[in-house]
Write a protein that binds this ligand. Structure first.
Ligand SMILES: [Zn+2]
Length: 147
């Protein structure tokens, strides 16, 4: 029997892996952002699933994403839920439209809340999860990174 208290508590609730999303999460172990592409209609889609939402095709390939895009819309959560969900501070949840044309939900970091705006260029950054995966977040794109 052990009375040891865990010393490492995850800072946030970690996302489950939904069916069809395994390759997405595997790539995050190496901080790589990949998107599912439908081989029938040659279009990317998101969120990951086993059937193309555009044409119902089931042949899917995972391809690297640029990791850059713009803020499509966002909300500032000023009254955050308990720390497990939010790290206890106000934060921004944004819908980011990637250069590939798909939209991902993610937190915006590295930017004052009040400076976040629609159309802001962002690039992906990563937060380590306790199981070796990484959570994609977005930060403002700096000019030197905007190539
Ligand atoms: Zn398709």
């Amino acid at each position: 029997m052990s009375t040891k208290v865990p010393t490492e508590t995850p800072l946030r609730m970690e996302p489950p892996i939904s069916p069809g999303a395994e390759p997405f999460w595997e790539a995050t172990r190496e901080c790589r952002l990949v998107l599912p592409w439908c081989l029938a209609c040659e279009r990317p889609f998101f969120y990951p699933r086993e059937v193309c939402p555009l044409c119902l095709g089931t042949a899917i390939a995972w391809r690297p994403a640029t990791g850059t895009g713009v803020v499509y819309s966002f909300t500032i959560e000023n009254r955050p839920p308990p720390a497990a969900f939010s790290m206890g501070k106000p934060y921004v949840v944004a819908l980011v439209e990637l250069d590939e044309g798909v939209r991902l939900m993610g937190n915006i970091v590295g930017c004052p809340l009040e400076k976040t705006e629609v159309g802001m260029p962002v690039s992906v950054t990563w937060e380590a999860l306790s199981d070796g995966r990484h959570l994609p977040l977005f930060e403002p794109r700096r000019e030197e990174n905007a190539l």
